[in-house]
Design a protein around this ligand. Structure first.
Ligand SMILES: [Fe+2]
Ligand SMILES: [Fe+2]
Length: 165
């Protein structure tokens, strides 16, 4: 889509967020199925359920703007999926990020996405039917990020980045 106004920019970022969430839902499931540590697996499974709700909230935002939900592919998200597939194929390869590292990158990306959408929504003076679903999603992403960071700090450094000695 052509981006000429802040409104267009918001629309374009919303489509990217929709792509990110739908991709992330699958990624959470795949990573949970592969996870060996119980705390990490539980977190991914819970976050998969939350992600389904987040997708629904983004659809509410599209509806509030009178638009149909549309996903725009982004290379950053595809890169995370690619990292995950590389990890799944070569878990022992030190150059490949570990599962926890990939999960952290995904959450950080989502937090940034919602922060930027909310900043634009503020500039556009959008109403609560746009702002509130985005705020709820942001709060969930921040909580997921925090929970992953707790897991990371509780693990030995090398293990947390996917290196087993
Ligand atoms: Fe999400
Ligand atoms: Fe997330």
């Amino acid at each position: 889509m052509n981006v000429e106004t802040i409104e267009d920019l918001f629309g374009s970022r919303l489509q990217r967020a929709y792509y990110a969430e739908r991709t992330h839902a699958e990624l959470c499931s795949e990573m949970a199925a592969d996870a060996t540590a119980g705390d990490f697996r539980d977190l991914l499974e819970d976050h998969r359920t939350e992600t389904d709700d987040q997708i629904g909230r983004l659809e509410d935002v599209f509806a509030a703007l009178g638009r149909r939900p549309r996903a725009s592919r982004t290379r950053t998200v595809d890169g995370l999926v690619e990292s995950w597939h590389q990890h799944a194929e070569a878990a022992d390869e030190p150059a490949v990020p570990g599962a926890l590292e990939i999960a952290l990158m995904a959450e950080r990306l989502e937090v940034r996405t919602y922060e930027s959408l909310l900043r634009l929504a503020g500039r556009l003076a959008y109403a609560d039917d746009v702002v509130e679903p985005l705020e709820t999603n942001l709060a969930e992403e921040r909580a997921a990020l925090e929970a992953l960071e707790t897991i990371q700090t509780e693990r030995p450094v090398l293990e947390a980045v996917g290196i087993t000695e």
